[in-house]
Design a protein around this ligand. Structure first.
Ligand code: ADP
Ligand code: MG
Length: 604
């Protein structure tokens, strides 16, 4: 047998390695920004076009590279950051693998411009798919610019798997935020398709957080500072009343590196115990500094996971530090700490409480209850569906025959005369039909009804809107505001009316008739979450996600008592739907039991 093992050519090996380092445009953003930080830049500019699919460029004013280094930087395992294995335990840089530039250059068109301070001329290198195209001397400013074009141009499968621009941009914004939050002493700017998304000047941590997440964040922050032998903890949590229904504002940094750690997250959450209502999560920005030799960051290629030597102690310290601070600001229950502890800070938050309404969802909300006419305000344009109509034929005379006299008089003392429906367990609407009995799940049925209504309204654009007496000012972060702008038209067509949409403020002047004011923040937050988490690749699917999200938020829930009129309303509207038998999420909305089957049971 001949020998069959060969060494892979470099460009193939690089392409394979690239798969691990570069999952999506955001991975490139992270690597390039981290290189700029490692080069001690004080100002970093990120330019992105089409969610990074056509261009990602990072320009820094760091120390630059010599001619030779510029060429070498694209070799695999070429790094200036470590020399020997032991250095891994004393890392002060973000990078150390020497893989990023080699990987990126293997799967994109890259142009590097770089100059060191003492050089007259800098270098410009062009590399496409690991091949050096040109290397010239140019005049350029001190620092480095790396432009990455046409990512995955030679791996179509990868390119095709990229998500919509909305989603990929979201990933990029997340990476940008993480890096910018970790380095308030560096100025950052971020442009997407020529629009300025962020322009962050240097400042302290609080200023950086506020610049990224919006002005209103300021009054929500409770500072934390704790120094022990094992760790120094700095940063902020937000007051419990500002907890969110989403977890995307939870940030841990260890030695200025963003990390995810479920165990430490638990430590923070448990400090908030009994302070949060269900489904709400604390927002936090926590910066841990630990000795470099007490962590191992080498366990995950994208380096957001980290192993600590003494996780249990860290957990306890973190938990008590958070509890302590919440107590200091009178937001916690009685604590087992001395109040005169060392945690005094320059920030006096007392008396700066925002008068804003708290975000709370009323679980008993019933859209039919508050205003009787709401349920009939939705315009109906569709013809009655013949097929479903037949289900109800011959019902008048026999309606609800199966109910006993007693149950009847208890449940429907007033309207029992000609009632056709009956609610059981505050969950199902039961009704007699020609062939037997139908059981309708009130929540799922109402989801279907609202879903079709929203879809119809988005396309027909004639939804009813209720003007608010006092416009509502909501605070969102810049990235969320950008997303809201993107779906503004659709939101308006289902009844939202917007006033000012600023960098981090959204003013609502009117809203769909079936929404109540106190719910609106939660509804929009849910909507943004759903859009971010889904995979909308066309504008159609974005509309679909919106309709689904709103129908889920607004449908009457299990556990709500419905009066007869409300029950009938659901039954009637359900069977006017185009697809009455399933919820927007594919669950059955009703089941039927045939009278023959019932008969059989009695004839046994
Ligand atoms: P790593 O960051 O793990 O060392 P990279 O492939 O990201 O590997 O970069 C390779 C080398 O190129 C770095 O070690 C650094 O010396 C140099 N380099 C990369 N980007 C920059 C930059 N923006 N400014 C200065 N030097 C850089
Ligand atoms: Mg690097």
């Amino acid at each position: 047998m001949p020998d069959i093992i060969q060494l892979l050519p470099d460009h193939v090996a690089n392409q394979i390695a690239a798969g691990e380092v570069v999952q999506r445009p955001a991975s490139v953003v992270k690597e390039l920004m981290e290189n700029a930080i490692d080069a001690e830049a004080t100002s970093i500019k990120l330019i992105v076009r089409e969610a990074g699919k056509t261009l990602i460029q990072v320009i820094d004013n760091g120390k630059g590279m010599s001619q030779t280094d510029a060429r070498l930087s694209f070799e695999r395992h070429a790094t200036s950051k470590i020399k020997k294995a032991e250095d891994l335990f004393n890392l002060h840089t973000k990078g150390f693998r020497g893989e990023a530039l080699a990987s990126i250059a293997a799967i994109a068109h890259v142009e590097l411009k770089t100059k060191q301070e003492d050089q007259q001329l800098g270098s410009c290198l062009k590399i496409e798919g690991s091949t050096l195209i040109s290397h010239e001397n140019i005049s350029t400013s001190t620092g480095t610019s790396v432009a990455v074009k046409n990512l995955f141009y030679n791996i179509p499968a990868r390119r095709n798997f990229l998500k919509s621009n909305t989603i990929e941009t979201r990933y990029i914004v997340n990476e940008f935020q993480r890096v910018a939050l970790a380095h308030p002493n560096i100025a950052f700017s971020f442009y997407h398709n020529e629009n300025e998304v962020y322009n962050l000047s240097t400042g302290n941590l609080r200023q950086r957080i506020v610049a990224i997440l919006g002005k209103k964040t300021n009054e929500k922050l409770v500072p934390i500072h704790e120094i022990t032998d094992l760790v120094e903890i700095k940063g902020f949590v937000t007051k419990p009343e500002f907890a969110k229904r989403k977890r995307d504002e939870q940030f841990f940094f260890v030695n200025d590196r963003f990390i995810k750690n479920a165990y430490l997250n638990h430590a923070v959450s448990s400090a908030f115990e009994n302070l949060l209502s269900g489904g709400h999560y604390p927002t936090y920005f926590l910066y841990l500094t630990v000795p470099t030799n007490s962590i191992d960051i080498n366990i995950h290629p994208t380096k957001t996971e980290i192993k600590f030597d003494d996780e249990k102690t860290l957990y306890a310290i973190l938990r008590s530090a958070v509890k302590h601070s919440l107590g200091q600001y009178n937001v916690g229950p009685i604590l087992d700490f001395d109040r005169d502890a060392t945690l005094d800070t320059p920030y006096n938050l007392k008396g700066t409480n925002s008068p804003n309404p708290r975000v709370m969802v009323n679980p008993d909300f019933n859209p039919f209850k508050s205003e009787e006419q709401k349920s009939i305000q939705f315009p109906y344009h569709r013809e009655k569906n013949r097929e479903w109509e037949s289900l109800y034929n011959g019902l008048d005379s026999t309606g609800l025959d199966f109910r006993s006299e007693t149950a009847d008089s208890v449940m429907f003392s007033e309207e029992k005369e000609n009632s056709k429906t009956y609610q059981v367990h505050k969950k199902y609407i039961v009704s007699s039909i020609k062939s037997g009995i139908v059981y309708i799940n009130q929540q799922l049925a109402h989801q279907r009804i609202l879903y079709e209504e929203f879809l119809a309204n988005i396309t027909v654009k004639d939804a009813m809107s209720q003007q608010l007496l006092f416009p509502l000012e909501l605070s969102f972060n810049t990235a969320d505001i950008a997303l809201i702008k993107e779906i503004k038209d659709e939101l308006e067509s289902i009844g939202f009316l917007f006033g000012e949409i600023a960098n981090d403020i959204l003013v609502i002047m009117g809203m769909p008739v079936n929404i109540i004011e106190s719910q609106i923040n939660a509804i929009i937050e849910n909507l943004l979450e759903d859009i971010k988490n889904d995979i909308p690749n066309t504008s159609f699917s974005q509309v679909d996600i919106m309709a689904k999200s709103l129908s889920k938020s607004l449908a009457i829930k299990t556990g709500i008592k419905l009066d007869l009129k409300e029950q009938e309303d659901i039954v009637n509207k359900l069977f006017l739907c185009k697809q009455p038998d399933s919820s927007p999420f594919g669950k059955k909305t009703f089941i039927t039991v045939n009278i023959d089957e019932i008969d059989k049971e009695f004839n046994n």
